[in-house]
Every structure is written in C-alpha cells, then in structure tokens.
Design a protein around this ligand. Structure first.
Ligand code: FES
Length: 201
C-alpha cells in the first residue's frame, strides 16, 4: 500500500511484518530438464561464483512447483555452493518469489511513485474488494492472488499490473479493476493490454 501524505491510515496495520517462515513442502528435486538448464546457467559464472546463479535457480524451483519451499531451497543450495539459509535470505528478500501456493493469475499491482500518484492504491483496493481477499492472499477459487510490487519500469503507463511475471496490464483505472477481473474469468490472459514496449515494437 502506498500513501498520499494526507491519507489516513492505520499505522499499526502497516508495521514491519514478522519474518515469514517458508514451508517445508514435499520432497523436491529439479526435473532432469531443469537441472540441465541450471547446470548450463552455472557455467556462465566463474567456478567460485556459482552462487551468482541463485535467482535463476529459484525461478526454476518456482516454475516447477509454483512456489518456493524449504525443501526446494535445500535442493539447490549445494548446487550453488550455498547454505540453505543463504538461499532463504535471497528468496525472502525478493517479492517475485512466492512462499506459499498462489492462484492461476498473480495480480501484482505496482505501488511505486508514478503508479501511486495515478491511483494504484485505489486499484489495489478495488481488486481486493472484488476478489474478497487482502494483499498477499489467494481467492477461494484458487484463480487469483493479489500482491503489491515495486516499480515495473512502465511509469508512463501507470497504474501498471504485472501478471505472473510475464503478462502485463497498463493504464488500469481503479474504476476498471473490477471489470478486469470479470474479463479474465471470461476470456483468460487475452484481456491483458500487454507491455507497450512489446505492443509497439
Ligand atoms: S512506478 Fe509503477 S511502473 Fe514505475
């Protein structure tokens, strides 16, 4: 949530949250294909800098099981000459890694300055109201998860919503946010406006 200086807000509600514990999850091993991908990525770095591939490795784990677990991080840690705690430190720092199962569509609303000034917090509120969930939650149908994100680099098209780290919706007015949910339910990913850099290319 971002705030205009004149907005009233419940300070206690937005105090620094307690550190989340990543769930153990089921036993985990990368598929042979993803393991080969990781091995290839690791070769791009000096032998004593394998840990530089940690973000790529975490993306592979998340791609395979939809979210990160302690077992997933334990699996990749020795492949990168890291401890599980070091991998956990990286994973819990970045918001693009999910630490619990998420919906089919992860709606990630940018809350940084340009988007905030153009109503991003209202977009988040509208989506929250429409879906009946709070930030970081998944709706009962398992279709939508609502997340706040930092600048997505499309500030001239604010407010911006990134979906599943690959799809994009720009210039989303708060009053249209509820309709976007209905449209996604009816037509799926086809309703997203896309990133203008891609659309105009
Ligand atoms: S501030 Fe939202 S995309 Fe940059």
């Amino acid at each position: 949530m971002s705030f205009h200086p004149l907005m009233e807000y419940d300070r206690a509600k937005f105090q620094k949250s307690a550190r989340h514990t990543v769930p153990e999850g089921p036993p985990f091993a990368l598929t042979p294909e993803r393991r080969a991908q990781l091995d290839e990525i690791v070769t791009k770095y000096p032998p004593d800098r394998k840990r530089s591939a940690v973000l790529a490795a975490l993306y592979l784990v998340q791609e395979q099981q939809g979210y990160l677990t302690a077992n997933g991080m334990r699996h990749i840690a020795p492949l990168l000459d890291m401890t599980p705690a070091e991998v956990d430190d990286v994973a819990t720092y970045y918001v693009m890694f999910h630490k619990a199962p998420v919906g089919k569509y992860v709606l990630q609303v940018c809350r940084t300055l340009s988007c905030a000034l153009n109503g991003a917090e209202r977009v988040t509120e509208a989506l929250s109201e429409k879906l009946g969930i709070g930030i970081g939650e998944t709706d009962p149908s398992g279709m939508f998860t609502l997340v706040e994100f930092e600048c997505l680099g499309a500030c001239d098209r604010a407010p911006v919503v990134m979906v599943n780290n690959e799809l994009w919706h720009e210039c989303l007015r708060p009053e249209d946010a509820g309709q976007l949910v209905d449209a996604i339910k009816a037509k799926g990913a086809a309703v997203f406006s896309g990133c203008h850099l891609e659309v105009e290319r």
